[in-house]
Design a protein. Sequence first.
Lengths: 204, 83
Amino acid sequence: METARDDGEAAALGAAALSAELSDARLVARCRTGDEDAWRLLVERFSRYVYAICVQAFRLPEHDAEDVFQEVFARVYERLETLREDESFRPWVGQLTRRCCIDRLRAGSREEAADSVPETAADDVLAKLEEAFDVHDALAGLPENCREILDRFFARDESYRTIGEALELPAGTIASRISRCLERLRDAFAGRNEPSPPSREQVT
Amino acid sequence: MSAYDIEYLSRLIGMLPPAPEGWVRAAQELPKARRELDTIVERAEADKAFREALVADLESALRAEGVEPTRPLLEELRRRVAE
């Protein structure tokens, strides 16, 4: 019954909306059943995160980063059955990526560099990437016009002109739309991160 | 600095640029690539000439089947053909 309901949901929502609607845990559960659309969405959802760990936290050169990126998703595909809690997918894939990066550095010709890049050296960047992932999660919950303009401007580094042409917007309205969308994102993100009353009581 | 500061949020958005499209596509097509790999290995077991050609050039064999020859796939094919 659950599968039938999920299939109905998938058809009704379409791939893009499905990606935003499904939790990591449900996406992982669907991948386990051999759902290839779910696998594509899972790769899409985590591709930026894996890529950023490779090139920002561990500063792998492009060709090494590509190998690690493919290695990570190959291992995820092979070992998805071993994941005990589907909710833990993100820390699992994060740790897998970090291990693959370290292995790559140690196995490469830059062994001296590997020795000088202990896991702690990347910790600051990794912590920021976790926050960045949460922000992108909040971004996924905004209307498409906001998602797209913020992603194009800040993540894809596109100019006002490129954005204006792609979205058919007058250049003069782009800055104000970005500003409004950032405010919406801030509100959405704040809503997700408000501490709950019980935890406040515990602190005091 | 507030965690909800707009400047800070915009910097965090910028920390996750898209991965190169080709990398993402290759990873997304992993299930199909694995099936192609099985087909190639079965054929290599049944056809000696194909096996020799395969061993000589694994990368071309994968490309001929429409599979992007990523390093993990090449390693798996090499291992399975050697068995």
